[in-house]
Ligand binder design. Structure first.
Ligand code: DQQ
Length: 459
């Protein structure tokens, strides 16, 4: 009932962060944190899948197993580095006791032939231990992200430094021997005691640092000096969900030069609903672009290939309640709503049962220019998490709000004005919770300039 049909997920068991997402020899590769034993976090391996279009995936054998004989019990998150002589995986190796993830994490490497299927752990692992920081106390040190620049290789790692989330920068001439360069950036927000899964890349004329601070993934846009110092100029939220939805995103550049990002759609919203042999979903991949120092984020256009039956409307005026004909639990909705009029609140129910008892409301509060995903009735039995998620300030310049929404049984991803998103999980229990309802308060008229609804086939 809850299992998505067009999102990526393994056949069974636990999955969390996307790892080592990359484009190599004409194919998209997706690795991911995976527990082959059960549907709970633990015993972390790296799962692997391959795709021609980043939409339809083929499962491949597990890529990384913990080297138990070397004291490793988890292969934590990391990246793939595919522009050297042979493909490499960099990841964080975690063990027990003095090798635990808080104090004793190490950075390890593995290599493969061009097939990317058989991975061998590098003979001289670890490639880095925390001693590399020369006295600087670095805790929860993990999640390597590597890129090549000029004739050198660079890596950022996430950590806690002096109780602050931080991203640290390293350099290597040969991919295996690394030196610590500096703390690239520390959070200015005292609530963020950790930064996980940093991604650092150039986009347009800017540098972007994306971090997962055990909350909504954030990004900094800034400039870099010749000495590789990062000077942030602005900060934004990529997705207003974090551990309630979209977390630990990983990005790469594909053969068409696009920066594509995939994030883990967590299962935390289940509340009292037990998992049933599987857990975790990967998001619809997002294309990132920079326009006038503004980061934009759009769903990967290849997802259009999944579109089936369609319903379209133009210049629709909704007063009271209106239901499109289309129903379903695997749908895409694109719309532009006129939000120029100040006091007009409205909502769109998705996953809505015929009697309205089970529904997820996507609500617009006009005065605050706020979009809310209200999960209070998403599961009629009340067993799932009912917390609302919201985006305050939708950047609806020119009085137009554009929403691009993906529904897939228990996933909800709302792209807001191509700039940010609310992505989360909902667990509708009823067969008939497949309706859509547009609603305004009495006297209000919601002006929908354009609405397209598509059925989406399996990925
Ligand atoms: N998940 C991994 C860590 C990472 C965290 C462990 C983020 O490497 O920091 O499963 O979700």
């Amino acid at each position: 009932m809850y299992r998505p049909s067009y999102h990526f997920l393994p056949e069974k068991n636990w999955m969390n962060d996307p790892n080592g997402v990359c484009w190599y020899r004409g194919k998209y590769h997706l690795f991911y944190q995976y527990n082959p034993d059960c549907d709970q976090w633990g015993n972390l391996h790296w799962g692997h899948a391959v795709s021609d279009d980043c939409v339809h995936w083929e499962h491949l054998p597990l890529a990384l197993y913990p080297s138990v004989e070397m004291g490793e019990i988890h292969c934590f998150s990391g990246c793939a580095s595919v522009d050297g002589e042979r493909p490499l995986i960099y990841y964080t190796s975690v063990g027990e006791g003095s090798r635990d993830c808080k104090y004793g994490a190490q950075q390890w490497c593995a290599y493969s032939d061009k097939d990317m299927i058989h991975w061998t752990k590098y003979e001289k692992n670890p490639i880095m231990t925390a001693e590399i920081h020369d006295g600087l106390k670095v805790l929860d040190w993990r999640d390597p992200f590597v890129w090549k620049e000029d004739d050198a290789w660079y890596m950022v790692l996430g950590a806690t430094v002096a109780e602050h989330g931080a991203a640290l920068l390293y350099r290597s001439e040969n991919q295996y021997d690394w030196e610590f360069v500096r703390v690239l950036l520390e959070t200015e927000n005292p609530g963020e005691v950790i930064w996980e899964c940093p991604n650092y890349f150039g986009l347009g004329d800017e540098k972007v640092l994306v971090v997962s601070p055990a909350g909504p993934p954030a990004y900094y846009i800034g400039k870099e000096t010749k000495e590789k110092e990062f000077i942030p100029e602005s900060r934004g939220i990529m997705d207003h969900s974090g551990l309630d939805g979209f977390y630990a995103p990983n990005s790469f550049v594909d053969g068409r030069g696009r920066r594509i990002m995939i994030g883990w759609l967590t299962e935390n919203g289940r509340g009292e609903i037990a998992t049933d042999g599987w857990s975790g979903v990967q998001s619809v991949p997002r294309v990132l672009e920079m326009k006038d120092s503004i980061l934009t984020m759009k769903p990967l256009p290849e997802f259009k290939s999944l579109r089936g039956k369609a319903e379209t409307h133009q210049n629709l005026e909704v007063a009271g309640e209106w239901r499109p004909q289309m129903r379903g639990k695997a749908l895409e909705l694109c719309m532009t709503v006129d939000v120029a009029e100040e006091a007009l609140d409205w909502e769109i129910d998705v996953f809505a049962s015929e009697d309205g008892k089970e529904r997820t409301a996507i609500r617009y509060n006009a005065r605050e220019d706020e979009l809310v995903a209200d999960r209070s009735l998403s599961n009629a039995s009340g067993r799932a998490d009912q917390k609302s998620l919201s985006c305050k300030g939708t950047h609806s310049e020119g009085g137009k709000l554009s929403l691009h929404i993906f529904l897939d049984h228990s996933t909800l991803e709302i792209f807001i004005n191509d700039r940010e998103a609310i992505s989360t999980r909902v667990y509708p229990d009823r067969e008939d919770s497949d309706g859509i309802v547009f609603r305004t308060k009495a006297g209000g008229v919601m002006k929908v300039e354009m609405l397209e609804i598509y059925e989406l086939g399996a990925g």
